[in-house]
Design a protein around this ligand. Structure first.
Ligand code: PXP
Length: 250
């Protein structure tokens, strides 16, 4: 029997709705508490360079609240000195380094760790020295996985976006994309990396991802916040949790 799969709920898009009005409602902190009480194991938030959703104040409040509750904050951030300073100030439990382009709608691809070793490795070292569990968000590409293991990061988060899009559309490419994720998860685990997965996961796509025995954590945001509009966040998180556990038990 494989270990229980952790669920990190990404609350960025609660902040997106708040920011649409420039007011204080809805508050991502409240969403974080509801998600944790409904079965999430941690909270994920991406502080983007343009602050389009999560704000500096959200990160300050989330890190204080989660530290007091003894529950993990996973801070997603670009590999920049501005973000490094913020991470070192708040010392979240985990940091996930992601590529970031201002014009993108969401994190479209993985980090180029193979091409950026000399730039990324010092960030990993500083974050690890500050006590963070460092994760690199990468595609399921053997070169990138191998490069990730040489940076000193403890974790890789495999980008599931292309597989999830293909599976939802019923595309013929979906099985190959899933095989690449499975091979990537095996390779990363064999190199001693903890394996996480995230991006684009919904009820339709979660089962094959959750069934990969090497995967220890899923990070899910947009779908859960969208589903919360119809059924409430607690019900959406609980349903995802149940689907993850069922897929894992098979
Ligand atoms: N993991 C990482 C590294 C991400 O950048 C994101 C999107 O912010 C997610 C997971 C969650 O993706 P989604 O919002 O599509 O569930």
């Amino acid at each position: 029997m494989s270990e229980r799969l952790r669920l990190g709920v990404n609350i960025d898009h609660v902040a997106t709705i708040r920011n649409a009005r420039g007011v204080n409602y809805p508050d991502p902190m409240r969403a974080a508490i509801i998600a944790l009480e409904a079965g999430a194991d941690g909270v994920t938030a991406h502080l983007r360079e343009d602050r389009r959703h999560i704000s500096d104040d959200d990160i300050a409040r989330l890190s204080t609240m989660l530290r007091e509750r003894g529950q993990p904050l996973n801070l997603e951030m670009a590999v920049t000195s501005e973000m490094l300073a913020i991470a070192l100030q708040h010392r979240p439990h985990a940091v996930c380094l992601v590529p970031e382009r201002r014009e993108e709608r969401t994190t479209e691809g993985g980090l180029d760790v193979a091409g950026g070793h000399n730039w990324i490795a010092p960030f990993v070292e500083k974050l690890r020295d500050a006590g963070a569990r460092v994760s690199l968000f990468i595609g399921a590409d053997p070169l990138q996985i191998e490069a990730a293991s040489r940076t000193g990061a403890q974790v890789v988060e495999l980008h599931t976006g292309a597989f999830c899009d293909a599976a939802r559309e019923g595309s013929a490419e979906a099985p190959e994309l899933l095989k690449a994720l499975q091979a990537g998860a095996r390779q990363a685990a064999s190199l001693g990396l903890e394996v996480h997965a995230g991006h684009g996961i919904d009820y339709k796509t979660v089962a094959p991802i959750a069934a990969m025995p090497e995967v220890r954590e899923l990070n899910i945001g947009h779908f859960l916040v969208g589903e919360a509009i119809f059924v409430g966040l607690a019900a959406a998180v609980a349903e995802m949790r149940q689907r993850m556990d069922e897929a894992r038990a098979k």
